[in-house]
Design a protein around this ligand. Sequence first.
Ligand SMILES: [Zn+2]
Length: 354
Amino acid sequence: MSTQKKADMDPGFRRDDTHPSSRDTQLSSRRKPGSIYQWQQAQWQQLWGAHSANRLPHALLFTGLAGTGKTLFADIFANALLCTAKEAPCGECHACHMIAGNAHPNKIVIAPEKAGAAIKVDQVRDISEFTQQTALIGSRRVVIIQQANNMNVSAANALLKTLEEPAADSLLILISDQIGQLPATIVSRCQRIVFPRPNKEEALQWLKSQLKNNDTAPDLLLNIAHGAPLKALELAQDEALAPRKMLYDALCNRADINPVALAAELEDIELLQLIDYFLSFLIDVLRLKLGADKAMSTDYQQQLDLLQTKVAAGRCVGMMEHLQHMRNQVMAGINFNKQLAVESMLMRWRELVI
Ligand SMILES: [Zn+2]
């Protein structure tokens, strides 16, 4: 059976080259690693292989932990699809020049207008008009929707219509690290591409190459970022770890915290961020309690060693469940009175430490 026939029978993507004999695929697979992150090669081969075999679906959903480079990948993949050269993206053809000037008529990027804002229905209506237009150059049109889970309900409904009646030669790439917040009707209409975090060695190697004279150890940054390299690099910037330090110092060093006063001190920190740091802190306490030698937060090793002797494991788990429940509610869009939520967190913590 020929490769082409095998590919025809395969309804999904293959992990490796869809067309091992295709010159196009091999060339692109070889030169891509210089542009995308090195840990994304499998996803590139999968998608470029599908493109070469004319098997790209109308909608892709890029998912996985935040901070691994999905947005950059989506951008480069879109550019490669629009480039007219054999080895795409070449950076030299007319299409690539237009892309570089943000002026390619066949590519649009939709994102929240500011951090934390919703993607509104008007933005999504633009997509529908865009994909229905006659292409000005070439034929394919690409839409990238960053932080797709930030679409409000009417925006999601409008997008659903576009997904139900896809225009020929259009590709929608949705990016989300919180797909639980996307309507199932949207998720089910997209081909899901998972971007896992790279292995630790690879992530560390990359992070070290990016850090210059940073005081914080790369492996600690990576631990705090749960293994996401770009997130770790972000945390290396000035003051990025200040919220964590505020919380950790308070939890470690203050025997008798005042929840009301401390909640007021933590006012400027996002609730989700506080919950995540608190959870990481408790995971460390629990790990040490259960016999681990080293805390993930190596910079607080001594304090955590001491603290774990003062906390009962069961109550620590109870606290984690409480925080996880609160986290789920925040993720589901429930609005909390932040001051009260933080106070209640801290009160529980105070009762927990003997
Ligand atoms: Zn080009």
